[in-house]
Design a protein around this ligand. Sequence first.
Ligand code: HEC
Length: 126
Amino acid sequence: MQIRSSIGRVVVCLVTALCIALGAYISRGQTDSSQPQADPALAQLDTRFTATIKPFLQTNCFSCHGQDKPEAGFDLTTYTSLASVMNDSHHALLLLQRLKGHEMPPKDAPEQPSADARQQAIDWFQ
Ligand code: HEC
């Protein structure tokens, strides 16, 4: 009788421990799915924007597409992060076409990007 009840207690303990572990596991799973982790590919794009694309736009485009009377009403200084570009996808697509077609910067612009820098920007916007 004595032995049986202590075995019983051990079993109850084990079951409780298992339930707690399972509960923790399930609730962790739920937090994971309700709060999706930032996509590493997007985070990498954002880093590349700050490191290379923003300086590229600054050098080659801001003289005409700055805050002060931007050409075609297109102010490129609003592009400060991946998110800001994605929020303006209509213009971003135009920008990509103009870069690919070698139409921007215009031939008479003060700065012309190197072929490499242009390609890097095209790859990023693509
Ligand atoms: C020397 C001035 C100048 C520079 C530098 C310049 N642009 Fe432009 N851009 C213009 C002018 C003028 C227009 C309007 C006429 C046209 O669409 O061709 C324009 C239009 C555009 C448009 C079309 C906007 C719309 O809504 O129709 C895009 C996109 C664009 N430029 C992107 C760029 C990018 C990207 C760069 C830098 C790589 C750049 N431009 C550099 C003068 C410039």
